[in-house]
Ligand binder design. Structure first.
Ligand code: PRP
Ligand code: URA
Length: 206
């Protein structure tokens, strides 16, 4: 299912990121802040369990999170979403998927993978700011399903309809969260209007 997190603060910060003149420092800071705001919404349905605790006043029955959270950024650009979410979920474990998209074929290529062993029981959040053709997201989800991941959320900033359709077709069980659903992809596979190359803008390359 697709969830587009329409919120004035998220949209305002994303607008700053889209501007050509926004430089690395502000680009990263806005991404960090959006990640935190998105995490709040994405965690709305996290499973909880009842616990009995002792407050300074009395014993009471309350709730706490019942499942571990694993954050799985797709390198490089997905790294930009980790800190903002981990600030809200400091117990989250982090796995890594290294994928780059061939600029000619637009096909994803794997170059790194390292995951916590708890992925099969955890709520797994695959992180990548950009969902363009969807090739990288589909490949990343294939990889973690092969390692036993069952509950999976895909968290992106900007998505193209083509990418959303590709993920929905390949992985209909995965919830997709976007800050914005953009218009289309151009001939080079960039999201329009988009924000350009997310990895280059986060890390100041190019
Ligand atoms: C970008 C982006 C996604 C991918 C999206 O990464 O961060 O991972 O492209 O495109 P797709 O939906 O068509 O697969 P890129 O390959 O440029 O690598 P980078 O993060 O190292 O810059
Ligand atoms: N990757 C990006 O970084 N930006 C796009 O618009 C598409 C893929």
């Amino acid at each position: 299912m697709l969830h587009v997190l329409n919120h004035p603060l998220i949209t305002h910060k994303l607008t700053q990121m889209r501007k050509t003149e926004t430089k690395t420092k502000d680009f990263r800071q806005n991404l960090d802040e959006i990640a935190g705001l998105m995490a709040y919404e994405i965690c709305r349905d996290l499973p909880v369990r009842k616990v009995t605790i002792q407050t300074p006043i009395c014993e009471c029955v309350t709730e706490e999170l019942s499942r571990e959270i694993v954050l799985i950024p797709i390198l490089r650009a997905g790294l930009g979403l980790v800190n903002g979410i981990a600030d809200l979920i400091p117990t989250a474990k982090v796995g890594f998927i290294g994928l780059y998209r061939d600029e000619q074929t637009l096909q994803p290529h794997e170059y790194f993978a390292k995951f916590p062993s708890t992925m099969p029981q955890a709520v797994n959040m695959v992180l990548d700011p950009m969902l363009a053709t969807g090739g990288s997201a589909v490949a990343a989800i294939d990889m973690i399903k092969k390692r036993g991941a069952k509950t999976i959320k895909l968290v992106c900033l900007v998505g193209a309809p083509e990418g959303v359709s590709a993920v929905e077709a390949a992985h209909p069980d995965v919830d997709i969260y976007l800050a914005a659903l953009d218009d289309h992809l151009n001939e080079q596979g960039y999201i329009v209007p988009g924000l350009g190359d997310a990895g280059d803008r986060i890390f100041g390359t190019r």
